[in-house]
Design a protein around this ligand. Structure first.
Ligand code: SF4
Length: 694
């Protein structure tokens, strides 16, 4: 517990939890952090915060933090604490040995959406310039990679279209697959304010989230669809809009490819896509869907906000494109109050994607096979770059099991807990000769590591995070790194040990390199961020002050692209053995797998994950409130307690995944999005039965 006292000075920095990117004043007494005070001039939060940003920073000083590097030859041996110099030499020798024995393609790395833009840029640079390949991927693979694919395909850039202020001009909101009250609380407050002022709300979610009905807010329509049917629902809304002539023809003719629109309109007009035709399959009455479609198309400024309930499906990318189709067809792009807005989960998931963390893209979402882009980096980095796209995380693990991938550098990511098919992840890691984990705590992945490099928290470093509205916020060093080095310095020292001539003395120099090589960041510098507080990319000669709203005069790709989005049912099916569908989400006080929040007092508010089950399903199984239950799927089983609620429909169960004992990824399937390999975490056929305990 940190005693509240009089601070001596304060430092403005950015929250390290969700993609809202709230600014805080860290109030200090010497090197002691006294409290975090929401910063009233922070443009993303304007003086507001939630319980995570305000109170859950105690993990920075938690006793579980590892502060000294550790190595071991084999994972059967105990860890040996060594100096930084010895750990980096050991790692570099292993990596160089692997390159010499198996070739350059046998190494790779994973960047972190928890780390700064500068740190992410350096990790992908190390892999491209040092390892000599493009085997770099990011934890965004398992959350918002379909956003990247879907929005780039339809609009031309992989980012949300609006700033958060835009919600103040919204008349009607579609909220699909997101629960901002728990996941993005400060944005949720702004949305609620607008809804209380009279904006209309349509919720598409299998669960009756709090926004469906809360004080002074009542959704016009709640579509509690069967998990896995997003595309069918969105196509059906489009059917109503097109067949009832509610689309914005002038906008579409001027801004979009008219021929592609016509193909799409013909597709959605097919009677098989009508609400009446799909009502039984999705489990929602047709009239509710017709009402939702008419309200969105005729209600004025229409905005769509979405979360992982859209992306973590076998049709995640298709769903993102279906959302983009709906926004374009109704003319809801290119001005305040409208747009397509992914609510990003992690603090820097936007930034990690922007910084070239995908194996086919250099920073700024430019394809690795674009020779003009490669020339820019080759010139500045002084190396010849491989022009072949590299391996994604699941492909690295496959290659490891097959014996061709031997070493990996993982910064700030616990793939054993967060990635699908835990057994396969473990097999892949176990098959490698050198696994390097760079993190705050000895996480589950570290069980398979040969090197552990201690990480630093957001309080111990300078840098930037980019939030869900493309806002580049400064992260400022509040205290000296407990482990001796900020993460960007560790990556630089590893690069030097590998023989690269890197000489950054401050992350601002990394940002200068990003600006030099990445057109959407061309005008970004620490001086500009000091002057403006924050800026939203693109920030370049065309937009020297940054870009709050995108696609105002035209889409980044030119004409907006309509994509025919055929609904394809997931291969995951219910049946007599597994008759229920499990979906997952978050709770306000906790964050993802809980590595940070569980090491703070926030655990008081949420001690365990619970399984929500409808009263009808509970009664059939003889389950009472608080009973231990066994949750089983085709992949595995686990135990947790039940809570009985009609927030979920009959046939659907729901849980959070903040506590390791829940083992949600033991239950989930290995189906993935067809375009990006994002795992289908949101649909798993399960059975629930009484149990005696864990
Ligand atoms: Fe941090 Fe998100 Fe809460 Fe803001 S809303 S304080 S960014 S967790």
């Amino acid at each position: 517990v940190i005693e509240i006292g009089q601070p001596e000075h304060s430092v403005v920095t950015t929250c390290a939890y969700c993609g809202v990117g709230c600014s805080f004043k860290a109030e200090m007494r010497g090197e002691e952090l006294v409290r975090m005070v929401p910063y009233k001039d922070g443009k993303a939060n304007r003086g507001h915060s939630c319980v995570k940003g305000r109170f859950a920073y105690g993990y920075a000083n938690h006793k579980d933090r590892i502060l000294n590097p550790m190595i071991r030859e084999s994972v059967d041996e105990p860890w040996k604490e060594v100096s930084w110099e010895e750990a980096l030499r050991f790692t570099a020798d292993k990596f160089k040995g692997i390159q010499a024995k198996y070739g350059k393609g046998a190494l790779g790395g994973i960047t972190s959406s928890r780390c700064t833009n500068e740190e992410t840029f350096l990790v992908q640079k190390l892999i491209r310039a040092g390892f000599g390949n493009n085997n770099v991927d990011t934890c965004a693979r398992v959350c918002h990679s379909p956003t990247g694919y879907g929005l780039k395909t339809t609009f031309g850039t992989s980012a949300g279209t609006q700033d958060f202020d835009s919600v103040e001009h919204t008349d009607v909101v579609i909220l699909i697959g997101a629960n901002p009250t728990d996941g993005h609380p400060v944005f949720a407050s702004r949305l609620k304010k607008r809804l209380r002022q009279g904006a209309k709300l349509i919720v598409i979610d299998p669960r009756r989230i709090d926004l469906v009905r809360s004080p002074h807010i009542e959704a016009v329509a709640h579509i509690p669809l069967r998990p896995g049917t997003n595309v069918a629902v969105l196509t059906s809304l489009a059917h109503v809009i097109v067949t009832e002539g509610l689309f914005d023809e002038a906008f579409v003719r001027e801004r979009c490819d008219w021929d592609e629109f016509q193909d799409w309109a013909t597709f959605v007009s097919d009677p098989k896509h009508s609400p009446e035709a799909i009502a039984e399959m999705i489990g929602v009455d047709a009239e509710t869907m017709r009402k939702a479609a008419r309200t969105f198309a005729t209600g004025g400024n229409g905005a769509i906000y979405y979360g992982l309930g859209v992306t973590e499906h076998s049709q995640g990318s298709t769903t993102v494109m279906a959302i983009a189709n709906l926004a374009m067809a109704t003319g809801n792009i290119g001005r305040p109050g409208v747009g397509v807005n992914p609510l990003r989960g992690q603090n820097n998931v936007q930034g990690s994607c922007d910084m070239g963390s995908f194996p086919h893209e250099l920073p700024g979402y430019r394809h690795i096979q674009d020779s003009a882009t490669r020339d820019i980096f080759e010139d500045i980095w002084g190396v010849k770059l491989d022009d072949e796209p590299g391996l994604r995380i699941p492909n690295m693990l496959d290659a490891a099991v097959e014996g061709t991938f031997k070493g990996i550098y993982i910064q700030g990511e616990d793939i054993l807990q967060s990635d699908p098919d835990t057994k396969h992840v473990a097999a892949g890691l176990a098959a490698m000769e050198c696994v390097v984990v760079h993190d705050l705590f000895l996480n589950e992945t570290a069980n398979y590591a040969h090197v552990f490099l201690p990480g630093s928290t957001f309080l111990e470093k300078d840098g930037t995070f980019t939030n869900a509205e493309r806002r580049i916020n400064r992260v400022r060093k509040v205290m000296t790194p407990l482990n001796g080095f900020a993460d960007w310095e560790v990556t630089q020292n590893l690069a030097r040990a590998m023989g690269l001539d890197w000489n950054y003395t401050h992350p601002s120099q990394v940002m200068d390199e990003i600006a030099k090589t990445t057109p959407s960041f061309a005008k970004v510098s620490y001086d500009l961020l000091e002057e403006k507080g924050s800026v939203q990319w693109p920030c370049n000669d065309k937009a020297p002050e940054g870009t709050p709203v995108m696609h105002i005069d035209g889409f980044v790709r030119g004409k907006g692209k309509f994509v025919v989005t055929e609904y394809v049912a997931t291969d995951e099916r219910t049946g007599p053995r597994f008759p229920l569908l499990l979906t997952t989400g978050r709770i306000l006080s906790q964050y993802n797998v809980g590595a940070q929040t569980r090491r703070t007092e926030n655990t008081t508010w949420h001690k365990e994950d619970l399984l929500e089950i409808h009263p009808h399903d509970a009664e059939q199984r003889g389950i009472r409130e608080g009973d231990w239950i066994r949750l089983a799927s085709r992949s595995g089983e686990t135990s947790l307690r039940a809570t009985i609620t009609d927030r979920v429909a009959p046939g659907v169960v729901y849980t959070t995944f903040h506590h390791p004992g829940t083992q949600a990824n033991v239950i989930t399937t290995d189906y993935t999005d067809w375009a990006t390999n994002c795992p289908e975490y949101k649909v798993t056929a399960v059975q629930v039965s009484s149990s005696n305990g864990p």
